[in-house]
Design a protein around this ligand. Structure first.
Ligand code: NAP
Length: 249
C-alpha cells in the first residue's frame, strides 16, 4: 500500500516525548518532514535529531500551544522553513486531575487552554495553508477515551477532550469540500510520562479491564496517526479512532 507520505510536511505538537515523539518518528519513517513542537525547542531537539537521522528534514521549535500570538508567529516561521504544511497533529496535552469539588479554577482553565485552545490555535494558524495544499491536507487531534466516556476526577481533562471530538466533527464538515480530512484519535491507557504516576494498584485494575491485557505503547497510537495522515485514510473524516486495546468494549 502506498501511504504517499514521502515528502509531506507534518507539524506535531507535544513531540518531545510519549505519544508525540512516537508520532513524529513514525511519520519521519515514512519520509515525512516533521516540525517538532514542545514547550521549548531544547525539549523537542532529541526527537527532531532522531527524525533527521531517519533521513528527513526536521526542526525543533518551542512554544506554549495556549499562546495564540506565539503560535501564529511560529506557524509563519514553519510555513517559510518547510514551504507549507500538509499534516497537523494536535497532540500536546496535560492533566490536572482532582475531584470536582476541590478542583481549582486554574486547574480547569489551564487544561482547557493547553488541550483545547492549543488545538484551536494551531488549527487556526495553519488551516489557510493546509487548504491550499491540493486537497490532501490532514488534521489529527489527540483526544482520549475519557473524552468519550468521562472519568471521575478528570472533569477538566474529559471536557477538553470531549471538546476536541466535537471540534473535529465540526471542522470535518467545514473543510470536507476542500479535501482536508479532520479526525481524532482516542487512546486508552498508554505507557508515557502522563500515566507514569498512576499507582500500581490502579494500573493493575485498568490493565485487567483491557481486552488485550496490556497497556498500549506510544507506537500503537502512532500507527493510527500514520494511517489517518496517509493516502490510505483519504476517505475517512470526522471520525474518532479508538486505540485502547479493547478497554471500552
Ligand atoms: P506526555 O508524555 O506527558 O507528553 C506531553 C507532551 O505535550 C510533551 O511533549 C509536552 O512538552 C507537550 N506539552 C505539554 N504542555 C504543552 C504546552 N503548553 N505547549 C506545548 N507543548 C506542551 O503525554 P502523552 O501521554 O504522550 O500524551 C500525548 C497526548 O495524548 C495528550 O494530548 C494526552 O492527553 C493524550 N492521551 C494520552 C493518553 C495516555 O494514556 N498517555 C491517553 C489518552 C490521551 P514538554 O516536554 O515541553 O513538556
Amino acid at each position: 500500500m502506498d501511504l504517499a507520505l514521502n515528502g509531506k510536511v507534518a507539524v506535531v505538537t507535544g513531540a518531545s516525548r510519549g505519544i508525540g515523539r512516537a508520532v513524529a518518528l513514525a511519520l519521519a519513517g515514512e519520509g515525512t518532514q516533521v516540525a517538532c513542537i514542545a514547550t521549548s525547542a531544547d525539549r523537542a531537539q532529541a526527537t527532531a535529531t532522531a527524525c533527521t537521522d531517519l533521513g528527513v528534514k526536521s526542526i525543533a521549535y518551542g512554544v506554549d500551544v495556549s499562546d495564540s500570538q506565539a503560535v501564529h508567529d511560529l506557524a509563519r516561521t514553519i510555513n517559510e522553513e518547510f514551504d507549507g504544511v500538509d499534516i497537523l497533529v494536535n497532540n500536546a496535552g496535560i492533566t490536572r486531575d482532582g475531584v470536582f469539588m476541590r478542583m481549582k479554577e486554574d486547574d480547569w482553565d489551564r487544561v482547557m487552554d493547553v488541550n483545547l485552545k492549543g488545538a484551536f490555535n494551531f488549527t487556526h494558524a495553519l488551516t489557510r495553508g493546509l487548504l491550499k495544499r491540493g486537497g490532501a491536507g490532514r488534521i489529527i487531534n489527540m483526544a482520549s477515551v475519557v473524552g468519550l466516556a468521562g472519568n471521575a476526577g478528570q472533569a477538566n481533562y474529559a471536557a477538553s477532550k470531549g471538546g476536541l471530538v466535537s471540534m473535529t466533527k465540526s471542522l470535518a464538515k467545514e473543510f470536507g469540500s476542500r479535501g482536508v480530512t479532520v479526525n481524532a484519535i482516542a487512546p486508552g491507557f498508554i505507557e508515557t510520562d502522563m500515566t507514569g504516576e498512576v499507582p500500581e494498584s490502579h494500573r493493575e485494575m485498568m490493565t485487567s479491564a483491557i481486552a488485550l491485557g496490556r497497556a498500549g505503547t506510544p507506537d500503537d497510537v502512532a500507527s493510527g496517526v500514520v494511517f489517518l495522515a496517509s493516502a490510505a485514510g483519504a476517505y475517512v473524516t470526522g471520525q474518532v479512532l479508538v486505540i485502547d486495546g479493547g478497554m471500552r468494549l
